[in-house]
Design a binder for this molecule. Structure first.
Ligand SMILES: *Cc1c(COP(=O)(O)O)cnc(C)c1O
Length: 409
């Protein structure tokens, strides 16, 4: 056999799994169906066993037995969980809060940013940004009589610093972008784009939904102003678990949060007549936090921190690289084209292909127990979660995709 065919043998995937320093983490998750190949952790991450135990304790003991007395330690859980998430995204303590969902956090931070840039009337985002990100910006621009500038980001290669540079000026109040593009997985240059926004005098807001737990992020190091992200993708906190928001310490006391709720009040239980915002990151709370979900965020973050974001990124690059290699041999000749940057340091944790029958291929794979997902208009996404995805899963999924397409999928 020649070298090329050996490279494509399943035995190679088995070797890669054997040498994988993170292989043991798969056992830390509740994955009861051994035949299931789950490549959708970029949409809903798997359930850590520690979370199963923790949430049961929260429900049975903290709520069921201790009842309202638990508020003593629940009350600062969103900030404690936020500090743990902060470790994953390069944020020093006191700048991250686990609260609300991503959409609400986008609204809070974008509104606060506009208030802090009076006289400027432009919000910049990109046409291929996630729907909530665009809609919230559109809604705020509408309510304030502002202009929404939508950059023509490339659907496959994402957003470049040059594109942002050409769009910002002295009218720009806020630039709001996703760090990893949800459709293509393209990774934006956070440092360069943030600097570009700042040169124009605008504030910079990053959405980290597809970054946290997959890609190293240095919010403090990149001088980022604001960031949001969800917790149910690579952070594995489960459906409806709260999202997070980051506000740089230098802006924390300056910004005004638009939703004036009692959990962001300085002396919450004084029930006073007027709103007086709490100092610190607590100002970005709204109402009663979702405690069980916040506890799940804490467990998810702990597991990722234990594995180490460096090791996670390293495996992620090798998993996605392996899928690209198999696709070059098997899928691209069949017209299933890579729609993610080929260079590993230009992409996040998932790989996307473009094929006219993408929706049908995803459905056929699903029937065979291989969970991927379809994204409009003709994209097939394979989410590779470093703590649970094996190289053999990648091989099996690539081979099955080839067979589905060959058989008229
Ligand atoms: C998943 C995702 C969201 C989700 O927003 P929610 O309000 O938490 O549902 C937002 N933005 C991006 C970029 C996403 O990938």
């Amino acid at each position: 056999m020649c070298g090329m065919s050996q490279v494509l043998e399943r035995a190679r995937a088995e070797e890669l799994d054997g040498a994988d320093p993170l292989a043991g983490y798969r056992e830390r998750f509740w994955l009861p169906d051994p035949s299931l190949i789950y490549l959708n952790g970029n949409s809903l991450g798997a359930l850590p066993l520690a979370t199963l135990r923790r949430v049961e304790t929260v429900i049975r003991e903290e709520w069921g037995t201790a009842l309202a007395r638990s508020w003593q330690h629940w009350v600062d859980l969103p900030a404690r969980a936020g500090d743990l998430v902060g470790e994953l995204i390069g944020a020093a303590p006191g700048q991250v809060l686990v609260t609300d969902n991503t959409t609400v956090n986008l609204y809070k931070l974008a509104s606060a940013a506009l208030d802090a840039r009076p006289g400027r009337h432009v919000i910049v985002t990109d046409l291929d940004n996630f729907p909530s990100d665009r809609y919230v910006a559109e809604g705020i621009a509408f309510a304030h009589g502002m202009e929404l500038r939508l950059l023509p980001a490339d659907i496959d290669s994402g957003i470049s610093p040059e594109l942002v540079r050409a769009a910002v000026d002295e009218d720009t109040a806020l630039v709001s972008l996703s760090h990893v593009a949800y459709r293509s997985g393209a990774l934006a240059d956070m440092a360069a784009i943030t600097a570009t926004a700042h040169q124009a005098g605008a504030l910079m807001l990053w959405d980290l939904c597809h970054s946290v737990g997959a890609v190293p992020v240095e919010l403090d190091g990149c001088d980022v102003d604001l960031a949001v992200g969800c917790s149910y993708k690579y952070l594995n906190a489960g459906p409806g678990a709260p999202a997070f928001c980051y506000v740089a310490a230098r802006l924390r006391e300056v910004l005004r949060q638009p939703i004036w709720g009692w959990f962001s009040q300085r002396d919450q239980f004084a029930m006073g007549p007027r709103y007086d915002p709490a100092p610190g990151i607590a100002k970005f709370m709204t109402g009663t936090p979702a405690i069980a979900g916040t506890a799940a965020v804490e467990e998810g973050a702990r597991l990722l921190l234990e594995a180490g974001i460096g090791a996670i990124r390293d495996k992620s690059a090798r998993l996605t690289g392996y899928l690209v290699e198999l696709a070059e041999a098997w899928l691209e000749p069949l017209g299933c084209m890579l729609a993610t940057p080929r260079q590993a340091d230009r992409r996040g944790g998932h790989i996307t292909f473009c094929h006219p029958a993408a929706e049908r291929i995803a459905a056929k794979l699903g029937e065979a127990g291989i969970i991927t997902d379809y994204r409009s208009p003709d994209r097939l996404r394979f989410g590779l979660s470093p703590l649970t995805t094996r190289f053999t899963d990648v091989w099996d999924a690539a081979a099955a995709t080839r067979d589905v397409i060959t058989c008229g999928g």
